[in-house]
Design a protein around this ligand. Structure first.
Ligand SMILES: C[S@@+](CC[C@H](N)C(=O)[O-])C[C@H]1O[C@@H](n2cnc3c(N)ncnc32)[C@H](O)[C@@H]1O
Length: 355
């Protein structure tokens, strides 16, 4: 592992944030998801909406489910999904493998959502437990497989999480993980997002600023929670209109120098804030993760391609060629075969590891 790199200085917007809305510093991104009513805007494929072969994202998700399933060892009984959010991949994997029990670990609010989704979808072999990945509430060698989809990197101390995964996996057990492979188009990328949120059943509005830094590899995410009515709501709507006209990156609105969506909007929203939070997350490349897994006690660890990315590309071609619309009931079989065929190819976008 490389030596810790000094913290980069605060951006102008970060400085202003600390002045006008001093944020509570969170240990992991887990607490931020408690403000989000639904993951992926309530459009989580298979869980919220049925598969649609005309949507590229669905090709990716169906391929990835097949890949996760293929990584569960033969004869397995207990599978852990770290950070399932609203039940992904825990629920489709449990459905595909009725002989295993999938245990999803996330924050209390997300666990409640996962449980409701499991009931609605009629999946008896998925259970959900509230907890933190860096202190797993399970005994040693309790699981045959661990799955993670974009969750491991959200803890403050990823090494502690990896040690916990090694502890709860039985010898010979398998880990399959997807994460944000940290390759930025620029040394730094700043974005804002103005989504809806929810807190204790009440609607709130959110203003989020994200700073992504290439070196040291980290992401700082700030969130301001606002009332859903009154002056803050009007300002939020104005922000949304301005954001829709601006360029995007990472599915969010790119914050360009002098943008009214930066300090000017923050200063107007701050007096109305119900809460202000900040979390810093370390990011990594596959090479870093492979080394860290070995140090955490995994016997084997290797990078693979991302089967979802390949399936998305294939889906795009099939949609453009008007082939996808004729797949009907074969969609899952075709996308799944793509996922299984590609997920074990050498690459640097996901890892598979054996304890
Ligand atoms: C980006 S979402 C991914 C959700 C889902 N796996 C998916 O792919 O759609 C990350 C999830 O991991 C959870 N999470 C983040 N840090 C965590 C931690 N330290 N322990 C448990 N869950 C965590 C969050 O609460 C959130 O639900």
């Amino acid at each position: 592992m490389s030596d810790p790199t000094p913290e980069p200085p605060l951006t102008a917007l970060e400085q202003r944030w600390h002045e006008v809305a001093p944020p509570v510093s969170l240990d992991s991104a887990r607490a931020m998801y408690e403000w989000m009513p639904k993951q992926r805007g309530g459009q989580l494929p298979w869980v919220d909406v049925p598969y649609d072969p005309q949507r590229e994202q669905h090709w990716s998700d169906a391929a990835r489910v097949a890949d996760y399933v293929a990584h569960i060892p033969v004869g397995a009984r207990w599978v852990l999904d770290v950070g399932p959010g609203d039940g992904w991949p825990a629920l489709p994997v449990a459905y595909a493998r009725p002989e295993v029990v999938v245990v999803g670990l996330d924050s209390p609010r997300r666990v409640a959502t996962c449980e409701a989704n499991a009931r609605r979808l009629g999946i008896p072999n998925a259970r959900f437990v509230a907890g933190d990945a860096d202190a797993l509430p399970f005994g040693d060698a309790a699981f045959d497989a661990v799955l993670a989809s974009y969750s491991l990197e959200e803890a403050a101390e990823p090494e502690a999480v990896l040690r916990e995964l090694a502890r709860v996996l039985r010898p010979g057990g398998a880990l399959r993980a997807a994460y944000q492979d940290w390759r930025l188009p620029a040394p730094e990328v700043e974005t804002v997002l103005l989504p809806d949120g929810e807190r204790r059943g009440e609607r709130v509005l959110l203003y989020s600023y994200v700073r992504r830094i290439a070196d040291p590899a980290l992401e700082r995410r700030y969130i301001l929670a606002l009332p859903s009515e009154g002056p803050a709501a009007s300002l939020h709507t104005d922000g949304l209109v301005a954001a829709s006209a601006a360029p995007r990156a990472f599915g969010e609105t790119l914050l360009e120098a002098g943008s009214p969506l930066g300090a000017p909007l923050l200063e107007r929203l701050a007096p109305h804030a119900l809460a202000s939070m900040c979390v810093e997350m370390r990011r990594w490349t596959t090479a870093w993760l492979v080394e860290a897994l070995h140090e955490a006690g995994f016997r084997e660890a290797r990078g693979t391609v991302h089967p979802g990315d390949l399936a998305r590309r294939a889906g795009r071609e099939l949609i453009a060629g008007a082939t996808a619309e004729h797949l009907g009931g074969s969609f899952e079989a075709v996308a799944g075969a793509l996922g299984r065929a590609t997920g074990r190819l050498d690459g640097d976008a996901m890892v598979e590891a054996v304890r």
